[in-house]
Structures are given as structure tokens and as C-alpha cells.
Write a protein that binds this ligand. Structure first.
Ligand code: FAD
Length: 322
């Protein structure tokens, strides 16, 4: 018995979500009283992983894993799981993790528990609490297969420091030339901009902002806070903002620590994408706007008056505390 965790990296670096996953996998291995191994692709410095409980890394260095391909990634991880006799495999519910996990579960003939939000309630039987119905409800799910795959929701567990000495071994999965029918031809990454999937803070605007020309104050707030900008569906449908910023059931889910919603009504389809955000601040001139029911803090007021004032105060605060 052992636990294997697939730790994602970007250009060899581990982001907060990856370190959170390391903490979670360490928690599962401790609860199951078993060994923990991590697998990484094309990363070299593992000291950061040690801070969050990883002591053993299977380091894969392979050009075929340079660009994301769910099939190739799942093949490599399943080979590592078989190599280590892992019966619990832990992955993130990141955009890539969501593609990899079901393929991995199929290859390992494993039951899959997506959207896990806590350590297993019980190891034997294997039961884990997860969110269901777009984060509207919880379910404790039991998996009865010999091997289990667990996907941890972003921001659900937190970072738990556990200073550990890390050792690594090279692992060379057998990956053929024609591993997948899909190959990545080129990758263009948004530069100098925080993406909404990774952002700690998001400033989001809705139809209440009346038009794309009014986004300057949203961008100003995002600049002051070091935040990403986002929007509701109609805003991206009308081309006021790019589709990559669309949050919700049919857009991207977010898991930021702070989500500031400005001129967004809070329709159920929008809320489905923001339920995992930790603190929600709503600015809306309609006190009956449904978003207030989901908000931690609310300001009833005209965005065109409130946001510029808020920006001034935030700037002052930042200057004083720089
Ligand atoms: P509105 O509903 O028009 O709300 C604008 C808000 O701004 C109002 O609450 C108003 O009081 C406020 N306002 C107006 N003027 C001001 C002002 N001066 N100051 C402050 N506040 C002001 N929507 C999504 O966002 N994401 C999705 O993924 C999504 N998926 C969908 C999937 C399906 C199948 C369907 C049917 C719908 C989906 N929708 C989605 C659309 C959703 O139902 C709502 O229509 C949409 O979220 C509304 O966007 P909004 O809040 O920006 O606009």
C-alpha cells in the first residue's frame, strides 16, 4: 500500500495549489499510515515540496511531457503508480488535473472521487467528502475498488507545513512516439497577467457596468490589488471582455481568496463558478440582488460612485502600508 501524488509544475516551479496538494497527500498518507511518493514532470528543485511533507519524488524528465497532453500525462502517472504499488493516487482539480484524473482512473481500474474537500473520513472503507451539484451540496463518497483516485478541489485544504528532507529518483516512463492522437503544436501564454484560475484576488464585472468603456475602474482596482479581472457571461457574450474572463457554470470556476463582484446580479449559473471563492464582496445598487445572499460583505450603491472611492482608499492604504 502507498500513496502517489502527481504534483503539477509550470516551467519547473510549483504554485500554491501544487503545494496545497502536497500537504493533502501527506495528510492521506499519515491517515493511512503508509508511504508517500510524488511524481513531477520536468522539474528539478524539490526543496519547496519538502516544506509541505513530500519526502520522496519520482522525477520525470521527458520532452514528450513538456506540453500538456492528458493521455500522455495519465500514461506516465499510471506507470509510476504501478511501479510503487500505489493504491491511492492523488491529483489536483486544476484545469489539467480534471482531464488527467478520469483517464488515470480508467487505466488503473480505479474508482474516482472528484472535487474532494477534506481528508478521507475513513480509509477502510475509503470514504471522502466532496462537493456535488456545482458546489451546492456535499456528499461522502465511498470507493470500493482496490485502487482509488482522488481529485482535491482547489483552495479546499490549505497549506500545512511539515519540514521534510526530500530525496528524488529518476523515473523513466515508457512513452511511445504515438502516445496520443492529439499533439500540441504551439503554446501562447498570457504574459504579465494573473489568470483567473490561479488568482488569489479577482475583480469581476457584470452587465451593471453598462459597457466596455467603463472597465477602466475595474482594471484600476485589479492593478492596485494585484488581482485578475473577470466577468459574467453576458459581458463576454457581448464582447465587452474576452471569453477567457467568463466565470460560471459555462465559464471558468474560480477558487480565489477574494472575489469582488461589481454590477453582477448573482444568477445561479454565475454563483456555480464562484462558490469555491473564500470571501465574496458584492457591489450592487439593487439591495434585492441575489448575489447579496451569497456575499460575505456587501455594498449597496452605484458602482460608478463606489468603485472610484474604493480605489482611492485602496491606493491610500497601499501607499501607507508599502
Ligand atoms: P444582469 O443580470 O443584467 O445583472 C446586472 C446587475 O447589475 C443587476 O443586479 C443590477 O442591479 C446591477 N447594476 C445595474 N446598474 C448598476 C450600477 N450602476 N451599480 C451597481 N450595480 C448595478 N452567467 C454567468 O455569469 N456565467 C455562466 O457561466 C452562465 N452560464 C449560463 C448557463 C445557462 C444554461 C444559462 C441559461 C445562463 C447562464 N448564465 C451565466 C447567465 C445567467 O443566467 C445570468 O443571465 C447572468 O449571469 C447575468 O449577468 P449579470 O449579472 O452581469 O447581468
Amino acid at each position: 500500500m502507498s500513496v502517489l501524488v502527481y504534483i503539477e509544475s509550470e516551467e519547473g516551479k510549483f504554485k500554491k495549489g501544487a503545494l496545497e496538494l502536497a500537504s493533502y497527500a501527506k495528510g492521506i498518507a499519515d491517515a493511512a499510515n503508509t508511504e508517500l511518493n510524488a511524481i513531477t514532470f520536468n522539474a528539478e528543485d524539490f526543496s519547496e515540496l519538502g516544506k509541505y511533507g513530500i519526502s520522496s519524488v519520482m522525477a520525470v524528465s521527458n520532452e514528450k511531457l513538456k506540453n500538456f497532453n492528458a493521455v500522455t500525462y495519465a500514461n506516465a502517472i499510471s506507470q509510476a503508480a504501478k511501479n510503487k504499488n500505489s493504491d491511492i493516487v492523488v491529483v489536483s482539480q486544476s484545469a489539467n488535473g480534471k482531464y488527467v484524473a478520469p483517464l488515470l482512473a480508467a487505466q488503473l481500474e480505479a474508482g474516482y472521487i472528484p472535487n474532494a474537500i477534506a481528508l478521507p473520513e475513513s480509509i477502510n472503507p475509503f470514504q471522502v467528502k466532496r462537493t456535488v451539484f456545482s458546489n451546492k451540496a456535499f456528499s461522502v463518497t465511498e470507493v470500493t475498488t482496490a485502487t482509488k483516485v482522488v481529485g482535491l478541489s482547489k483552495n479546499a485544504y490549505g497549506l500545512k507545513e511539515a519540514n521534510t528532507k526530500v530525496t528524488s529518483e529518476t523515473f523513466e516512463p515508457a512513452l511511445s512516439e504515438n502516445e496520443s492522437d492529439i499533439s500540441v503544436v504551439s503554446v501562447d501564454k498570457a504574459k504579465d497577467k494573473v489568470t483567473i484560475a490561479d488568482a488569489e484576488i479577482i475583480v469581476s464585472g457584470g452587465r451593471g457596468l453598462k459597457g466596455p468603456e467603463n472597465w477602466e475602474m475595474i482594471e484600476e482596482m485589479a492593478d492596485i490589488l494585484g488581482a485578475a479581472t473577470a466577468c459574467s457571461k453576458p459581458v463576454s457574450d457581448m464582447d465587452w471582455r474576452p471569453h477567457s474572463e467568463h466565470v460560471g457554470q459555462t465559464g471558468k470556476p474560480v477558487a480565489s481568496n477574494l472575489y469582488i463582484a461589481i454590477g453582477i446580479s448573482g444568477a445561479i449559473q454565475h454563483l456555480a463558478g464562484v462558490n469555491a471563492a473564500k470571501t465574496k464582496v458584492v457591489i450592487n445598487n439593487d439591495p434585492e440582488a441575489p448575489f447579496f445572499k451569497a456575499a460575505d460583505y456587501g455594498i449597496v450603491g452605484d458602482a460608478f460612485e463606489v468603485v472610484p472611492k474604493l480605489n482611492e482608499k485602496l491606493k491610500e492604504f497601499k501607499e501607507k502600508n508599502a
